[in-house]
Design a protein around this ligand. Structure first.
Ligand code: ADP
Ligand code: ASP
Ligand code: MG
Length: 408
């Protein structure tokens, strides 16, 4: 007998029938003798619908009220799933984040979990009940409802698994595991039997939304066995592993390719090329709480420099306003923005022991006539910024070039 934390995503609980199917599945696990804590997302589309309503009220919705609103989506599914479980003869009890007491900081809409009170959950498990917890939400010190950022139910699942020392955290979703790249973009994508935490962290942060990045961070930190599986198909899914031996011996050079459509580019051109200028440009950006990702600086023959950086698309206009002020101060020639770019990244721990991966990547993009605008690398990833219209072509050609296509 084991303790399992199972998380079911939005599409898996998207209709009454699917909630009933999840209830049947959970009841079966219970009958096999497992203890179960089930985390659910809001029904698919619900969180987006609520965000839409909020924006009709206020252009920039008040963050505290936003969390009160968004948390209702998950509250609906926990109650419906418990009813469906009871209809299957399976005793169950629902908890909102606040009722469990998933304590978070007060950073509304992107709160971080600080602690979890496991007392009520343990008591219910001991009494033979299935415990159903609302994903994506918690409560701060003052009792205000908080949410954990989009996709945050994954993090609730992993955090509960860590707190309860569960045998496994199972993330059930609408794909049967983690693929070499988004299977909705590349039909030749292959399911990975295993992927290391390190690689999964890069894939998640670089744009593969199959797992929220914080969930992967948490699982790595607390050593939570984590598996991604299909909600309604049999299969072993993908295990996220720390097995070092596996990562160096069997691992191909590239494990996966991520596509991020959320970035935009800001360029400030014709600024004096003197020490300290990068800091003069970028400090006001971070002071405005805008995260900068890729940065490139070019020096022209006339001793002026251009600095280009990327930010989240939602922050592009704010970043432009900050740059307009900087441009005035430094006497820059111009400030321009471009939100028709994407970031494509290849990821693999095998890169550490192979040379020529970058040139292979650049060559295959050149063969498709795709211009690389910016490049950034780390030990286990290479990212490039390219024009958005080439996104899918680039992912497909890199997938083939690095031998990731599945056999026909
Ligand atoms: P859920 O609602 O269950 O949380 P998400 O929509 O958040 O599901 O995540 C699952 C989706 O992630 C898949 O439908 C798939 O399109 C997308 N995805 C992106 N990259 C990958 C990848 N490398 N492997 C698997 N799925 C991926
Ligand atoms: N319902 C939330 C969202 O759509 C959380 C989640 O599904 O993980 O982002
Ligand atoms: Mg998700």
């Amino acid at each position: 007998m084991s303790l399992l934390v199972q998380k079911y995503g939005g599409t898996s609980v998207g209709t009454v029938e699917r909630i009933q199917a999840v209830a049947e599945k959970v009841a079966k696990f219970k009958l096999q003798g497992h203890d179960l804590v089930v985390v659910v997302s809001a029904m698919s589309g619900e969180t987006n619908r609520l965000v839409g309503l909020a924006k009709e009220m206020q252009a920039m919705p008040d963050p505290r009220e936003m969390d009160v609103l968004l948390s209702t989506g998950e509250q609906v599914t926990i109650a419906l799933l418990c009813m469906a479980l009871k209809a299957n003869g399976c005793e169950a009890r629902s908890y909102t984040g606040g009722q469990v007491k998933i304590l978070t900081d007060d950073a509304h809409t992107k709160a971080r979990i600080q602690s979890i009170d496991e007392k009520n959950i343990r008591a219910d498990l001991n009494a033979g009940r299935v415990v159903v917890v609302a994903g994506f939400q918690g409560v701060d010190e003052n009792g205000s409802i908080t949410t954990l950022g989009r996709g945050g139910s994954d993090t609730t699942g992993v955090a509960l698994a860590a707190a309860l020392k569960a045998d496994e955290c199972q993330i059930y979703t609408d794909v049967d595991g983690v693929y070499t790249t988004d299977p909705r973009i590349v039909s030749a994508a292959k399911r990975l039997e295993r992927v290391t935490f390190e690689e999964m962290l890069e894939l998640a942060s670089l744009g593969s939304k199959v797992l929220q990045i914080r969930a992967v961070e948490f699982a790595g930190k607390y050593n939570v066995p984590l598996r991604v599986l299909h909600s309604f198909q049999e299969g072993s899914g993908t295990l996220i592993t720390i097995d070092e031996e596996f990562s160096t011996m069997e691992q191909p050079v590239i494990s996966g390719i991520a596509l991020n459509r959320d970035e935009a580019k800001v360029t400030i051109a014709g600024i004096p090329d003197i020490p300290g200028v990068a800091s003069k440009v970028l400090t006001p950006v971070s002071e405005a709480n805008i995260e900068v990702d890729v940065i490139v600086q070019n020096v022209a023959a006339d001793k002026t420099t251009d600095l280009t950086f990327t930010v989240n698309r939602n922050d592009m206009l704010r970043a432009k306003a900050v740059m307009d002020a900087v441009a005035k101060e430094l006497g820059a020639k111009s400030v321009s923005t471009d939100d028709t770019i994407v970031k494509i990244s290849i990821v693999g721990v095998g890169m550490r022991s192979h040379v020529g991966v970058a040139s292979e990547m650049f060559k295959s993009l050149a063969e498709e006539n795709i211009n690389i605008q910016m490049i950034t690398t780390s030990e286990i990833k290479i990212s490039v910024i390219i024009e958005e219209r080439y996104a899918e072509l680039a992912v497909r050609s890199l997938h083939t070039a690095f031998g990731l296509d599945k056999a026909e």
